[in-house]
Design a protein around this ligand. Sequence first.
Ligand code: ZN
Length: 422
Amino acid sequence: MQSWTSPSLRPLPASGVPLRLHDTRTGRIAPVIPSVPGRARLYVCGITPYDATHLGHAATYHAADLMRRALHDTGYEVEMAQNVTDVDDPLLERADRDGVDWQELTASQVALFAEDMEALRVIAPETYRSVSEAMDEIIAVVSALRERGRAYTVPTADAAGDDWYLDLSVDGALGDVSGWNEAQMLEVFADRGGDPDREGKRGRFDPLLWRAEREGEPAWEAGALGRGRPGWHVECVCIAEEGLGLPFDVQAGGSDLIFPHHDLSAAHSVALGRPFATAYTHSGMVGHEGEKMSKSLGNLVFVHRLVRDGVDPMAIRLVLMAHHYRSDWEWSDDELETAAVRLEVYRAAARRRGHHPRTVAALRAALRDDLDTASALAALDAWASSGEGTTGSTEADPAGWQDAPGDVPAAVDALFGIALTS
Ligand code: ZN
């Protein structure tokens, strides 16, 4: 699938210092050390292409972009993979409701998402694939699970064939990422695409692997599985394996994916006999007007609407930076105004070649400390309120970085994706 055009990346000389990230699975902050030396592999779960790109999406892809930039700053080559969930119930329901073809809905929303990612200067993933594009691999993986005795059928009332489910009891791998108990899982499972009460399932959290063709739904030929379409979680296992290889280093996504999506993606992988990700990072939820942003509440704030109304996408990035990626927070117009002022102050400092000792070192240290963007903003505020720099004067930091006037805008661009100079 066509992704988008990345901003030009002019990295600083490698720091050699690893990025430290919070891992949901262990509950600890630990350095990211790639399992393949020198090559960091990152997967971020992509959009279901409707309601793109609201600020919750922007926060997730901003956080993943910062991870990528931080890993690059360490000195690693970075490979990133991302999916597009173009075959799943919510998308098909939306297409049905709006009376549009699901592929047309996908194409329009994927194009909108790409525009927004470009505007926000998010670096494009090396692997960007939709479920429909990855269908051959998905069918191969579900067939392999069937052959390994991990899949079972549940009869259907409204289809010619059976549905297929993954038997989680074989490996007992459920909850490896979330660490949740069954009551916690049950509380959200049905709201997040699960069917805990479906008759004929062996375990309530067993995920749907392959859904037999229903009238009016897209379907693919899949040999012994019958005609149908895949369940949700298996796609990321296939796209990650194809793009990155398993296991890869960091799985990223919103905190609403911890369970069931990331727990069950990992469980699929275990059932295939392959470990999934080494670490799991999750970004917080973005609210608006006192509620979590959601279509049903009608409180979605969209990147493209802000941009259309004249908001500088770099100001949106500064709002995102004002909140730690793991915290839940609320979007507000006041914060956007504060960010717009900040952007002007930073740009003025860049023009007058503002100088404040060790700003670049402070920015790098903040970024690699579990993406401590608030500290980075504090360092930039200090820099922006400093006096005029003198060309040629330098300040050495302990890592040997010569922090010369004019270096800060380059560092802000490389590390945080914000363009301060034209
Ligand atoms: Zn995913």
